[in-house]
Ligand binder design. Structure first.
Ligand SMILES: Cc1ncc(COP(=O)(O)O)c(C=O)c1O
Length: 424
């Protein structure tokens, strides 16, 4: 091991070009996409790919209905609309997520109400939900963040008690399980993203909507395609051209769908390889003083969309903030060739749109519906603390394997062994 840190001119631990990109594209994926061109009329493929993906994802999830769409945000918006949530209604959302979870609520003129996170899993804390329920609350949106399943049983119990819908945001958790149940199969509706970086990736944009409820499915289907009823594959011939309500254009793309269908065949295998990589990191990084590795509660099977590392300066006896320690170590790790970074910079309710309640203009939806919901900066201390004290280690996806994970561990060890040099 080179003793001189790369950030001070030493040899980097992970050689340039060693890391393999995600999604991993195989010959089977290429063939699947090329087959879209194989029919005489390419337009037929729209129905073939969409229905094929809907059937295969519903089967994988063990649910009744699936609608492939063009983004996770679209799928979540369909969840909100499908449950009949409307202007001025409130939906409970975790304070730490990608803000698209909350945008999906705003898109339907409803109002997100945020709840802080569980400091051990970084998912919504079910213990804090009831205090945020009002007579306007219509649903709870658990987000399985970083691929970690939310503690669903207490959350479902609260939803039952208060007659609330449950919208699962599974953008980051395809194939993750809670007490043996797949994330996305426990609530009333679920939205999944298949955007390029996701554990089920289209290589570009995409999303999936699922439910077991026929009425919800039909409402979501209407919203997905201009608010019109159409017979798939016979749009021109049998379309009524009669909008039953306001709809959007959320249809997915057939090339992306062909790619996802091929990737889906390897989802469990890829998840298993990613989990093995991350378990290796946890096993080795947890022994390094000053670092905190992900905590996995019993009966939860995360898929590690992101691998999260925390920093604890107190454990090292150094008088600096967790944020400063993280930033210094990250800089040194990056020089070693370890792709570490930040994701969210602010809890969602602290972002401008909520601080200024700008919404879609003139203070709506808040002002338009006499909403008193406010977003105070001090209400989400755990989300703030998480963001300050944690970083992400990227590229834990296959085909990267334990050889790369070993280099990551070596680089962490090297940097943490030479902390005095980077904290000077
Ligand atoms: C937690 C979460 N929810 C929703 C989304 C939105 O998905 P998309 O980017 O496909 O619209 C994302 C993804 O980026 C996400 O990470």
């Amino acid at each position: 091991m080179s003793e001189k840190l790369a950030v001070h001119g030493g040899k980097r631990t992970v050689p340039e070009g060693f890391i393999k990109p995600w999604p991993h594209v195989t010959e089977a994926d290429r063939k699947a996409v090329m087959e879209v061109f194989a029919t005489a009329r390419i337009t037929e493929q729209q129905q073939i790919q969409s229905e094929g993906l809907a059937k295969e994802w519903a089967e994988y999830m063990g649910v009744q209905y699936c609608i492939p769409v063009n983004s996770g945000t679209a799928a979540l918006h369909m969840c909100v609309a499908g449950l009949g949530i409307g202007p001025g209604d409130e939906v409970i959302v975790p304070a730490f997520t990608f803000w698209a979870s909350a945008a999906a609520v705003l898109h339907h003129n409803a109002i997100p109400v945020f709840v802080d996170i569980d400091p051990t899993t970084y998912c919504i804390d079910p213990n804090l939900i009831e205090a945020k329920i009002s007579d306007r609350t219509k649903a709870i949106m658990p987000v399985h963040i970083h691929g970690m399943p939310v503690d669903m049983d207490p959350l479902l119990e609260i939803a039952r008690k208060h007659h609330l819908g449950v919208i699962e945001d599974v953008a980051q958790a395809h194939g993750a399980r809670y007490k043996g149940r797949l994330c996305g199969s426990m609530g009333d509706v679920a939205g999944y993203s298949t955007q390029a970086s996701k554990t089920l990736s289209s290589g570009c944009q995409g999303g999936l909507f699922t439910t077991n409820d026929e009425v919800v499915y039909r409402k979501a289907a209407l919203l997905q395609y201009f608010g019109e009823w159409v017979v798939p594959g016979r749009e021109r011939e049998e379309q009524e051209y009669n909008a039953y309500g306001l709809g959007w254009m959320y249809r997915g793309d057939m090339f992306a769908q062909a790619f996802i269908r091929s990737q889906l065949r390897r989802l469990d295998e890829n998840n298993a390889l990613r989990i093995r990589n991350c378990n290796f990191l946890t096993e080795h990084l947890s022994g390094i003083k000053g670092l905190e590795t992900p905590f996995v509660p019993e009966k939860r099977e995360p898929v590690y969309y992101n691998y999260v590392v925390g920093f604890n300066p107190k454990e090292l006896g150094v008088d600096i903030s967790a944020r400063t320690l993280r930033e210094k170590v990250q800089e040194a790790l990056r020089a070693e060739g370890v792709p570490t970074g930040q994701w969210q910079r602010l809890p969602v309710p602290m972002q401008e749109i909520f601080q200024n309640r700008v919404g879609y203009g003139k203070g709506c939806p808040w002002k338009c519906h006499g909403s008193e919901v406010e977003y105070h900066k001090d209400d989400y201390p755990r989300a703030v603390e998480f963001i300050d004290s944690h970083c992400y280690v990227f590229d834990v996806n296959p085909p990267n394997d334990l050889e790369l994970m070993g280099m990551y561990v070596e680089a962490f060890q090297k940097v943490m062994d030479h902390l005095d040099q980077i904290l000077e």
